[in-house]
Every structure is written in C-alpha cells, then in structure tokens.
Ligand binder design. Structure first.
Ligand code: HSE
Length: 400
C-alpha cells in the first residue's frame, strides 16, 4: 500500500518514524506493508533519507493511481482543504490530524468520502494519541451522550500544571511547551482556547450527528489566570484546568471553553502536564474517561497511523460516520448555569452578602487586600448583572 504524507513537520516526521519503527507489527495488522511513496513539503531535507521522497507539487501525488491513502498533517484550513477534497474526489482515503479543517469542513468531507466509497479519518484531530473519535463513532453507539467534558489542549495543561506546581513564569513555560513540539504555530490558538474550542466542536458534532460551529462556542483562554488564582484553588482543595464542555440541559445543548476550578475528587483533577482526558457521560453507560498524551510528535503520529491502518483494512468500504451538515443551534451562553468563584477587594463583605447571600468566604495563604467566595448556581446572565453591581470585583472563574 503506497501512501503520501502532506507536510513533514512535527507530526509528518512522526508518521514516517512510527511507520518505520513499527513496520513489522503494522504490516501484520494492516494485512500488507505500508510504504511512503511521496512526502509533500515546500522545504528540502538534505541529508535526511526522506529527501528522495520529497516533492514540492501536489499534482503528481493526486495523479498517481498507486497512492491510495493521503495523510494530511500540514495544519490550517488552506491549502489542506483543497488537497484533501481533491484526494477524496480522486478516490483516495485521507487520514488527518488537522482539527481546524475537521471542525470547519468535517461534514462536507465525510459526505464526499461516503459518495466515493473511501474514508476520511481524523482520530488525531482531538486528544492527540487518545482514541476518542473511533470510540465515539463505533463504541458508544448505544447511548444518548449527555455530556462531554475534557482537557483538550496539551500545551495549556502543561502550562497550568507548571504554574501550579512550580509557580513557573507564564512565558517561560509557554516556550518549554513550544520546544517540546506541543504548541501551535500561533500560540494564541492554544492559550486563548481556540484549539480546545475546535476540538469540543468536533466531539459535539459527532455526539449529536450535526454541525456544531466552533464560532458559536463561548471561548476563554488561560491568559488571565494568575499565581493568586492557584493559591485560592489550593486553599479550596481544587485545581484550575482549561476545560471544553458540552452538555445537554433542558432540551438544549450548551458548549463552552474556559478555565474552571476542578475539585480534588473529580477525575479530571489529576490529569497533568501534556496529558489530555475526555470524560463522556452516556445515559445508559454512565461515565467513561479516555486519557493519554494530547500533543507531541509520536502520540499524534500514532493516532494518524492507526487511521492509515484502518483505511487499508477498509479499502473499498466506507466506514459510516454520522455528521450531517445541518447546523445545530447551541443554547444561549447567557443561560448557562454554573457556580462561580469570585475574587473581590476587602471591605465589600456587606455588598457581597446583599448580592450573593450567605456565601463561604475563602482566604488564600499570602494573599492580602482581597478574598474569594463561591456563588450558588446561577446563569451567566444573572452573574454578570450581580457582578456589575459589585465594587471591588477582581476576577471570576467557573466552577466545574
Ligand atoms: N497544540 C495542540 C495541543 C496540539 O497543545 O494540544 C495537539 O492538537
């Protein structure tokens, strides 16, 4: 089986490495050997054995009937979208790690794959090496999915863990994550929550079988999280995690990405460093959690290669994935119910009591001139109204 790899960056070189290192086992599992015939990249790699396979033009790949599977690991919507669409239309299966592409064009590309009786597979697009797409499509088919909540971005989880445990500097930790090959080319995709937003959009689309537009998902990143927030979290026996969540409530579906306080006894509390975890609640199954490395060269490449093996095993058969292009309208973010952790300046106790009732006050070690409290559950709208009347407001964090 000849394949082509589009992009020889972190993931692309990982795909070649995994195929080489585990060649024997992969051949057994796929039923035939998998050979990389072309690698498309704008750059040359003199001295690297890959150089003899490097091409700078997509056309030879597209026109070569020997290439039955295309691996797209370039990232970004264009030219990835054009290349993937053409490959599928030419009757080639595609495996991709590209979450932007899948979130934006997943339904359309799956429809083309269905029509052409090939496969469009994207296990690596969410949770790096964690199997989550295949389980959602093929294992959790007996359940109504009531909730999906996950730590979906390795870079920010790595950063938050270091900030929590080592009190490390934000910029220095971001640099470390970049050096380890976890971070996106534009780090705001990680730290502003955009990457996690695309991933929860993909998972939610698959869970409900319709298009959930990531632009509709309220998204907050970790840029405003400080050392002081972690001090309060510690005092309350909690952690702070960037969560992507979607949940069915009162006939609607809420989706949200934001840093949240997570209690010590919550299964996501102990998910640290580059690890991701996705907690799925089914109405019959109850809770199930998927855990593993959410970013990095080899974990991500492992998921891509697993898709290639699946594509080989299913040559001539389309694996049905239900993701219709009809848009699912999410419930209004302002109606989302949560408890909130709030930081305020000292001297506001009476006002807090008037607005929020008898809340428990929390003090953090070494933090002066302010205190924290946790509200009762209320909608975002109600909270924002009360907050606007609260003098001395400093910050708020969702409670999970
Ligand atoms: N930048 C992403 C992350 C890579 O940190 O999770 C994997 O999608």
């Amino acid at each position: 089986m000849n394949i082509a790899v589009l992009g020889y960056g972190t993931v692309g070189s990982g795909v070649v490495e995994v195929l080489t290192t585990n060649r024997e086992t992969i051949t057994k599992r796929a039923g035939e050997s998998i050979d990389v015939k072309y690698v498309l990249d704008l750059r040359d790699f003199p001295g690297d054995p890959i150089q003899e396979k490097i091409v700078h033009d997509y056309q030879p790949i597209l026109n070569d009937p020997d290439v039955k599977i295309v691996v797209e690991v370039m990232g970004g919507v264009e030219p990835a979208y054009t290349f993937v669409k053409k490959a599928l239309q030419a009757g080639k299966s595609v495996a991709t790690s590209n979450k932007e592409l899948v979130a934006k064009r997943g339904a359309e590309l799956l429809a083309i794959a269905n029509e052409k009786n090939v496969n469009f597979l994207f296990e690596a697009s969410v949770g790096g090496g964690i199997p989550i797409i295949r389980p959602l499509n093929q294992s959790l088919t007996a359940d109504e999915i009531d909730e999906i909540t996950g730590i979906l971005n390795g870079t920010t989880n790595y950063m938050l863990t270091k900030m929590d445990t080592e009190g490390a500097d934000y910029d220095a930790v971001l640099k470390e994550a970049q050096n380890k090959g976890y971070a996106e080319r534009h780090p705001e995709a990680d730290v502003e929550g955009y990457d996690a937003c695309r991933k929860i959009a993909i998972l939610t689309s698959l869970a409900c079988g319709k298009q959930v537009d990531y632009e509709d998902i309220h998204t907050e990143g970790i840029t405003h999280i400080t050392e002081t927030d972690f001090k309060y979290a510690k005092a309350m026996h909690m952690g702070i995690k960037l969560l992507g969540t979607s949940r069915r409530e009162e006939g609607g579906l809420f989706a949200l990405v934001a840093p949240m306080m997570v209690a010590e006894d919550h299964p996501l509390y102990s998910v640290n460093d580059v690890f991701n975890a996705i907690l799925v609640k089914g109405n019959a199954l109850g809770d199930v959690m998927f855990y593993g490395k959410g970013a990095g060269k080899l974990p991500t490449a492992s998921a891509v290669v697993s898709d290639v093996v699946d594509a080989v095993k299913h040559m001539g058969t389309h694996i049905m994935t239900i993701w219709q292009p009809q848009k699912l309208k999410l419930s209004d973010y302002e109606c989302y119910q949560s408890r909130f952790f709030v930081r305020v300046k000292n001297g506001t106790e009476d006002q807090v009591k008037d607005l929020f009732g008898d809340v428990d006050i929390c003090h953090a070690e070494g933090v002066k001139d302010e205190y924290g409290f946790v509200t009762e559950p209320m909608t975002v709208k109600t909270f924002e109204e009360k907050k606007s009347q609260l003098d001395g407001f400093i910050a708020r964090i969702f409670m999970n």
